[in-house]
Design a protein around this ligand. Structure first.
Ligand code: BMA
Length: 336
């Protein structure tokens, strides 16, 4: 079992602690971004990072001191210590006119053929997917919104599949959506989207993902299929609890789920996950991974307050998903 991709030796890494029972283990220095890290940013979380020019760059969800979410650029030499810019990203539209989203949150970041694409949740008469691109992280061009509202958790695959761009998304409502499944859509030009398919539904035999699910980081290509980390939400007397789950999607047709782990991989346990602006949230949005060693560093938002880091190894996580899979019909789980 291996990652199909480039070597990336300089990603953050810690070996699995001897007392860790799971397949994902947390960075001992968590959280890596604390409160009030820059400018008017009160909390930075649910953010995405990528290797860039031998170092690292990222798009960070920052809730400002007016309470509203914006996206800021950040840079790092080691992908652990981040310098977040004081001002949000400044967009232009395709005609060159300035564009300033009313709000922008939960960005994902992917490189496809030398172009960096950012997808976030934007205001489009309610929550919807916003999309933009940059080639140099200096000029940012806002592209057409892929779908009408309401939708969140847009995640592009890192390459075209059978000549098509593929986009995961989670249709939602305008508020704190009490439902939600993961869908996939195709496009030849990143402008017109179609051939929508439902990939995975909420639920399963356990309860941790019974309310809603949403795609997390950009899927990682492995020789078993696309490794998809996602968030699964359950509803309790004190509100939602966000955990991290995982599935393997077919390499040639990622609308097909090959394996889906019945158990979560990470759930809020540490104080920075259970206590904060919104308690009990682990919300993965990015990974860095090294095809040579199979190491995967997972970036997740903790309690809507911090950025935290966790690790896994491709053999271990893929083995866990296969051994714990509850796919019944080679497609999705049958819900009772
Ligand atoms: C979701 C999004 C996320 C957030 C989560 C928990 O609806 O708004 O940004 O992390 O709720 O509050």
């Amino acid at each position: 079992m291996g990652i199909i991709g480039k070597p990336l030796r300089n990603i953050p890494w810690q070996d699995k602690p001897a007392d860790c029972k799971g397949v994902v283990w947390r960075y001992s220095g968590n959280p890596i971004i604390d409160r009030n890290p820059a400018g008017r940013c009160a909390r930075v979380y649910n953010s995405a990072v990528i290797p860039y020019e031998g170092k690292f760059i990222g798009v960070f969800r920052a809730d400002h001191i007016d309470g509203k979410a914006r996206i800021h650029l950040g840079r790092s030499n080691d992908a652990i210590n981040w310098e977040i810019e004081d001002e949000p990203i400044k967009w232009k539209d395709e005609e060159g006119k300035p564009y300033d989203p009313n709000y922008a949150y939960d960005p994902r970041l992917v490189e496809i053929d030398g172009v960096y694409y950012i997808i976030w949740c934007t205001d489009f008469g309610g929550a919807a997917l916003g999309m933009g691109m940059t080639k140099d992280f200096k000029e940012f061009i806002r592209l057409e919104n892929p779908f009408p509202p309401f939708n969140r958790n847009g995640v592009l695959f890192p390459r075209k599949i059978n000549g098509k761009y593929m986009l995961l998304s989670r249709p939602s409502d305008s508020g704190h959506t009490p439902f939600g499944d993961i869908f996939i859509s195709e496009s030849t030009d990143l402008r017109y989207w179609g051939r929508h398919r439902r990939v995975m539904s909420r639920g399963g035999s356990g309860w941790w993902q019974s309310t809603k699910i949403g795609a997390g980081p950009v899927p990682i290509e492995t020789d078993e299929g696309w490794l998809l980390l996602y968030h699964g939400v359950t509803t309790t007397c004190s509100g939602y609890v966000y955990s991290m789950g995982a599935a393997i999607l077919d390499r040639d047709d990622p609308s097909i789920v090959k394996y889906r782990a019945a158990d979560y991989l990470l759930t809020p346990e540490k104080i920075y996950e259970t206590s904060g602006f919104v308690p009990n949230v682990v919300f993965p949005c990015a990974t860095l991974h090294d095809a040579e060693t199979g190491r995967i560093a997972i970036y997740y938002g903790a309690a809507d307050t911090y950025v935290a880091l966790a690790f896994t190894q491709v053999d271990e996580v893929v083995g866990f998903i296969k051994n714990n899979s509850e796919i019944v019909y080679g497609d999705d789980i049958e819900y009772k």
